[in-house]
Write a protein that binds this ligand. Structure first.
Ligand SMILES: O=C(O)c1cc(=O)[nH]c(=O)n1[C@@H]1O[C@H](COP(=O)(O)O)[C@@H](O)[C@H]1O
Length: 236
């Protein structure tokens, strides 16, 4: 049993800066960070990312995946956005993860280095969909394999589903940061997510952070939805 506090990240997936700002203002007092990612950055631009994030911890989710030189340079270019967390794909390989880590160390001021998170197996993939990509053996084995690669090469933590947390904690202990999307309150629509768990289950399995998007942003009252999820994260 651990005394870890599981924190909540709201994924603000929209193309519209006004909507993102409205959601950020509504949920801010209930969440620990906001996530802006590919949809928002491509549509609204990076300077707008900074505007929406102002005064909040920013999880900048760009899921970088390219050759080491390109990923390192891209990570270095993101320092002006002062993210608290950044994502790369662990499947880019050891050298790519190491290049991202080096860029974090070299390009961000002391004390402002973002947490470098390696995405393992997307929560939208089940074992069959993963096998289609040439990876037999199931999501859990692949997450453990990529976790080892990423943590050995300088990632601070992983993005995975809550289903893998017990195995990951057993293998890698308490130090790495584990961030779990694919979170659905009981009865909520899974949408395109496959490896899902409830906020309570993710907390009990050992998540440091959970990421929740549509169950908050598509709710009639996003602030109330975020508050209800945050309440689930307070251990009884
Ligand atoms: O890196 C991520 O945040 C991520 C990884 C992953 O495996 N699965 C996943 O859903 N995400 C992100 O987490 C968010 C989940 O959104 P909802 O499915 O709407 O709760 C989205 O912004 C995804 O881009």
């Amino acid at each position: 049993m651990t005394t870890r506090r599981t924190r909540l990240i709201a994924a603000l997936d929209t193309r519209d800066p006004a909507e993102a700002t409205r959601w950020a203002n509504a949920v801010s007092s209930h969440v620990d960070a906001i996530k802006l990612g590919l949809e928002f950055a491509y549509a609204a631009g990076f300077e707008t990312v900074t505007k929406v994030a102002q005064g909040r911890d920013l999880f900048l989710d760009l899921k970088l995946h390219d050759i080491p030189n390109t990923v390192g340079a891209a990570v270095g270019s993101l320092n002006r956005l002062s993210p608290a967390m950044l994502t790369i794909h662990a499947s880019g390989g050891s050298a790519m993860v190491a290049a991202a880590r080096q860029a974090c160390d070299d390009s961000f001021p002391e004390g402002k280095r973002p947490l470098l998170l390696a995405v393992t197996v997307l929560t939208s993939l089940d074992d069959a969909a993963l096998a289609e990509t040439g990876v037999p053996g199931g999501a859990r084995a692949q997450v453990l394999r990529l976790a080892e690669l990423a943590l050995r090469n300088g990632a601070d933590g992983l993005v995975c589903s809550a289903h893998e947390l017990t195995a990951l904690r057993k293998e890698f202990g308490e130090r790495p940061v584990f961030v779990t999307p694919g979170i659905r309150p009981r009865g909520a629509d899974a949408g395109d997510q496959k490896r899902i768990m409830t906020p309570t289950e993710a907390r009990q399995a050992g998540a440091d952070w959970i990421v929740v998007g549509r169950p908050i942003t598509k709710a009639a009252d996003p602030a109330a939805a975020a508050a209800a999820i945050a309440a689930e994260l307070i251990a009884p």
